[in-house]
Design a protein around this ligand. Structure first.
Ligand code: ZN
Length: 444
């Protein structure tokens, strides 16, 4: 006799709760359970698995075409070990923290957005405030060394009591955590180097790739690190569609910089693309500088010959986009799905390295530098409290906030509970990125 399975599969949903120190439980989000291999929602429960703190619920894929490698049994998985799940929760918490700290956002608005009560919002706000105050003595931004090998450097300004001060931030591409920060009246090469060094101290491995805007001091800082590194530069001003990748490599006596000029959407889809490259060599020991000023013996300084056209030389972007005009044109094939770049063998290896490092960060995306875009806005609020403000006190407060934000588990524990009633996904977080993650495949 053949036994026919007639059990109908229903979509499985799980609700994630955050539990604050006081014991209060607040719903964070609801996620649909999908197979990490095929992305199908045709899954069923599959008992429990033993973990450190007890047993967790397990699932199994019921999608017939789903292949689980060479194994005969379909894919079995749990919710909480998933990489994308972790990222999703972390990101949601980050958004929540930022919303809670943002100036002018009322309890009611946040309550509505996250579908929680206003008293829960006040409880969360109190908890974040307490945590920030508790961490004001801390210097470190991350508890443990991070896995990041690529960072984004951003500089922005804050106006505090009528004065402009700069805020320089280094964010890790993998952890999405702020790994280095400096509040300073200046933003020169030394300031940027401090932030880079702090970020690196918070990482397990040396930083291999930096992205930034076209601020000259950042470009100089990366160039003077004295080690092979890739620097992806995207201006916040025109031309928006162009990016320059600088690959610095060294011989015993020279630095060889390869500028690669590409369109910013070059890593977005599978295609044959074009680029330009230009190599410049700089001796590591600079030649003695020419004597400045007027030649000895002459009373008047020699006049510089004026340019005949009378045009003013363009300042600022001096040479950044030179590769597009003076560089050699070349073609290459990009596959963001396979994360591969194919190019001619006659091209310098530095071109391939620079493009490969860029693809690692921006596969299926445009080249940009906006990891901390939302953050600076929030930080302005974090500082919007009474009390005397010095550069040091501002930095302390910012660091404390970033520490709390970097370690969401500091503040709350996350609990996953079953929730069978919710048959429709309610997008309780207003973020396109989050939504696409929710609908995407997640790994276990
Ligand atoms: Zn599957």
């Amino acid at each position: 006799m053949i036994k026919i399975k007639t059990k109908k599969l229903v979509e499985l949903w799980r609700e994630i709760l955050i539990v604050v120190v006081s014991g209060l439980q607040i719903p964070l989000l609801k996620i649909k359970i999908r197979c990490p291999l095929c992305g199908s929602a045709m899954v069923s429960t599959n008992g429990t698995r033993k973990r450190k703190n007890g047993r967790v619920e397990a699932f199994i894929c019921r999608n017939p075409p789903c292949k689980n490698g060479t194994r005969k049994t379909p894919k079995q998985f749990v919710v909480s070990s998933s990489f994308e799940f972790k990222e999703l929760v972390q990101r949601t918490l980050k958004n929540l923290y930022e919303d809670l700290m943002r100036d002018g956002v009322k309890c009611k608005t946040i309550a509505k957005k996250y579908k929680i009560s206003t008293s829960q919002v006040s409880a969360l706000r109190r908890e974040i405030e307490t945590a920030i105050n508790e961490h004001e003595h801390l210097d470190s931004l991350a508890k443990v060394p991070q896995q990041d090998k690529a960072i984004a450097i951003d500089e922005t300004f804050l106006t505090i009591e009528g004065k402009t001060i700069y805020l320089i931030i280094a964010t890790g591409y993998q952890s999405r955590k702020v790994l280095g920060v400096k509040v300073s009246p200046t933003r020169n090469e030394g300031d940027l180097r401090e932030v880079f060094d702090e970020a690196e101290r918070n990482c397990k491995y040396p930083i291999a790739t930096v992205t930034s805007d076209a601020w000259g001091a950042t470009i100089a800082m990366v160039q003077h690190l004295g080690r092979p590194i890739t620097h992806v530069i995207h201006k916040h001003k025109k031309p928006f569609e162009n990016a320059v990748i600088k690959r610095h490599e060294y011989t015993a006596t020279e630095r060889i910089t390869t500028d690669i000029g590409v369109k910013t959407d070059v890593t977005k889809r599978r295609a044959k693309r074009q680029g330009y490259y230009l190599q410049t060599k700089t001796p590591l020991v600079p030649p003695p500088s020419k004597t400045r000023g007027r030649p000895k013996g002459s009373k008047r300084a020699a006049k510089k010959p004026r340019s005949k056209s009378g045009e003013k030389k363009k300042r600022g972007k001096k040479g950044l986009f030179k590769a597009f005009e003076k560089g050699k044109k070349f073609y290459f094939e990009v596959d963001p799905y396979k994360r591969s770049i194919k190019l001619g063998k006659s091209l310098p290896a530095a071109v391939a390295t620079g493009l490969a490092d860029t693809l690692k960060l921006f596969a299926l995306k445009s080249i940009q530098n906006n990891l901390s875009e939302n953050l600076t806005f929030v930080l302005r609020t974090v500082l919007g409290f009474s009390g005397p403000k010095t550069i040091e006190s501002i930095e302390r407060r910012i660091r404390a906030f970033l520490y709390v934000r970097n370690q969401p588990e500091q503040l709350i524990t996350i609990r996953i509970v079953r929730n069978f009633r919710c048959s429709f996904f309610t997008n309780n977080i207003d973020s396109k990125e989050l939504l696409s993650l929710m609908n995407g495949v997640w790994m276990v």
